[in-house]
Design a protein around this ligand. Sequence first.
Ligand SMILES: [Zn+2]
Length: 146
Amino acid sequence: MPRELTTEELDKLIEFSIKAKDKAYCPYSNFRVGAALFDENGNWHTGANIENASYGGAICAERTVFIKAISEGQRKFVALGVSTDTREFARPCGICRQFMIEFEDNLPIYLVQPDHSYHKVILKDLLPDSFGPAILKADRVTENTT
Ligand SMILES: [Zn+2]
């Protein structure tokens, strides 16, 4: 279970996620998303959505920021901030929920609007009964014979 953010950390999470939106590459959807991820070692990571002319090649801000942090050796995370330009709180897509739950099912996610207002959700509440690393370690009734 990740620890609670301090007020100062929460302010940074919100600010960094809003700023990260400026780096979005989204010429097709024109839907900017910024993400800020705070890890247990006290490091901040930011990411934005990156689209592609081959639409299926697009990567959401949430996966961008996780890939950046994980590829630099981080594995434990305290909180994620996700910012969009909408007046509604945009939740992570299904692919990102699955991607992130690999690392922390109790991850607090702060959904952020341009006016800095936020709504906190917990990742496992967005993806209940998920498929995760534990099932791959479960006892098997049959063996793979190929
Ligand atoms: Zn996504």
